[in-house]
Every structure is written in C-alpha cells, then in structure tokens.
Design a protein around this ligand. Structure first.
Ligand code: PBG
Length: 329
C-alpha cells in the first residue's frame, strides 16, 4: 500500500539474494590473492606470531605442507619472507644471497616440489641487516645507490633459486630499472617485478617486524618510505616504476590508502596490487577475539573494499582463511 508514486526505488535491486547477486559489481576471487608466508630455521617449527593470531613462522618442512594445503584450496601465489637468526645478520646483509641459506634453499625446494606454485621473493636488506634497515647504513644515513649492488645479488640469487616474481620492498630510488637490468643480463628476463611503488612509512607494519625481528635498531624509515600525507608523490613513484619496467604496481598498506589504489588504477595500464599489511590483519583479529567484530564478515568486507578501489591483486594474511571460507560456500 503506497500513497505516493516513486519511479526510482533502488531497493528493488536488493530484494533477494538472487537479484543482489545479479547486480553485484565486484567479487574477490581466491585467484586474486597472494599469501605471505614466514620462513624460519629448523624442523617441525611452528611459532605463532603473537600480534598476528593464526599466522606462524614455519620451518621448511611445515611450510611445504602449508603450500600444499593452499594449492588444494586454489591459492597459487605466495610471498615468502625469512626470519633470520641474529648471528647471521650483518651490516651488508650478506646472508641474503647465500645459496645455502634457508631462504634460497627453501625457494628451490618449493619450486621443485610444486612447480605450479608462483613464488614471490622479497628483495630488501632488512631481514638480514644488523641495523634493521632496508639499506646500508653509514653514520646514521641510509644509502640509496650503494645498496643496489646488494639488492642485485639478492635478486639474481633468488631468480637462480626459482623465484617467479621479485618484490623490491625497500621503497628507495632506481630499484626497478637496476634490478630489471641485473635480471636480464643474468638470463632472467622472464622473472617479473612487482614494484612497491607507493609504500608508506606506516604504523601498520608493527606485527610484521615482530614476525621477522626486523625493527630498525635506530631511527625510522621516513627517509625512504612515503609520508602518509602525500598522494601526488605516489603518482610520481608509480610513473617511475612504470617507466623502469615494472610488471605490477603495488600500494602498501591497503585499507588506509584506498584512494591511492584508485588513483593508480585510473592512471596506469598495469595490474595494481595492494598489500593488506600485518597491522590491518591484527586489528580485525584482535577485535574478533574480543567478540567485537565478526571475523569472517569484516575480513570479506575489507578485501572487497580493496578490490573495489581498483586492486586486481591483494597480498593478505587472510588468504588461506578466505580460501577455506569460499570452499565451504
Ligand atoms: C620491509 C617490509 C615490511 C613489510 C614488508 N616488507 C616492513 C617495513 O617496511 O618495515 C611489511 C608487511 C606487513 O606489515 O605486513 N622490507
């Protein structure tokens, strides 16, 4: 019984799940997701990261099992990060290109056992640096160009081990072109580069630094990571990476930077990736554990918002949970 004529009633398109699903514009697919994994030394080690409930540092044997489970769920791409014992860390991150170190050995083992898995490796000094910075530190200064040589050795060693995508995550200048050339000259023109184009100096990386024990020993990362107040600068960073030959442009973190994701999506004809970082994961988990939020619904809504903003690819610690949930539906 209606007492006035209303031609446009948007609620008609929400009247049932069938209609809602007809008009639904965006959907997160398991194939959009990259699952970051933390590797540690030893056998049968599964060490939960306190600030990231449900996420573990795994030794190679258990990490291989985890990948097997994920592949069965349709998750095919993994970003691998190493937890390195303090005694192996030094000023020049030499452990990062040691072919017998845990990281490269494990990349090789994964690719041998699961050639269909796509492995993204991290090219930055921080997990291996005694200073806890992403570059070489001299007199308190983080050096830009001097760090490149270390990164090139690392990237080529990772390509030799079987990396499919490398992720130069230090957010300094000239990374993509230098590493592209180093990879090509070494015969790895098929290895992709995911540029950390707009990586902000964010408070949301805290739990990740717990996971790797990689917090800076002194200072912060503000001379290389971007100021959260800036958006124009993200466009410049993305343009440089585009011109230097990046295959994907990434924004990091994701949720507090949806506007940046959208701007890059509008401007560049490359797939945009977003890193739903450790702190974003931790917030939902903490609230859910307190009964303050519904974990699954909050997770799905956040991932959807990142997709809707324009990211085709999402790096997220929720990847496996999300895949399990999708399977159940
Ligand atoms: C460092 C690196 C960081 C992350 C990925 N690579 C932290 C930092 O810049 O200090 C953070 C990822 C996350 O928080 O989930 N090269």
């Amino acid at each position: 019984m209606t007492d006035f004529f209303l031609p446009r009633r948007p609620r008609r398109n929400r009247k049932s799940e069938a209609v809602r699903s007809l008009v639904r514009e965006h959907e997160v697919h398991v194939s959009d997701l990259i699952f970051p994994l933390f590797l540690t030394e030893g056998k049968n080690v599964k060490h939960e990261i306190k600030s990231m409930p449900g996420i573990y540092r795994l030794s190679e044997d258990l990490l291989l099992k985890e990948i097997e489970e994920c592949l069965a769920l349709g998750l095919t791409t993994f970003a691998l990060f190493p937890h390195i014992t303090d005694s192996l860390k030094d000023k020049y991150a030499t452990e990062s290109y040691n072919p017998n170190g845990i990281y490269l050995k494990t990349v090789k083992a994964i690719k041998k056992q699961f050639p269909q898995a796509c492995i993204m490796t991290d090219v930055a000094m921080d997990p291996y640096s005694s200073d806890g910075h992403d570059g070489i530190v001299e007199q308190g200064e983080i050096l830009n160009d001097e760090t490149l040589e270390v990164l090139a050795k690392m990237a080529v060693a990772q390509a030799v081990a079987g990396a499919d995508i490398i992720g130069p995550s230090d957010m300094m200048d000239g990374r993509v072109s230098y590493l592209r050339e180093a990879l090509d000259l070494a015969g790895f023109s098929h290895v992709s580069i995911m540029a950390y184009s707009a990586k902000y100096a964010s408070a949301f990386y805290g739990p990740f630094r717990d996971a790797l024990d990689s917090a800076p020993k002194a200072g912060d990362k503000k001379t290389y990571q971007m100021d959260p107040a800036n958006s124009t600068e993200a466009m410049l960073e993305a343009e440089l990476d585009f011109n230097e030959g990046a295959d994907f442009l990434m924004v990091k973190p994701a949720l507090a930077y949806l506007d940046i994701i959208r701007s890059l999506y509008n401007e560049f004809d490359l797939p945009i990736a977003a890193y739903n970082v450790s702190g974003e994961y931790a917030m939902i988990k903490a609230a859910a554990q307190n009964g303050w939020l519904d974990n699954d619904k909050a997770m799905q809504e956040c991932l959807l918002s990142i997709k809707r903003a324009g990211a085709k690819i999402i790096l997220t610690y929720f990847a496996k949970e999300f895949a399990v949930l999708k399977k159940q539906k």
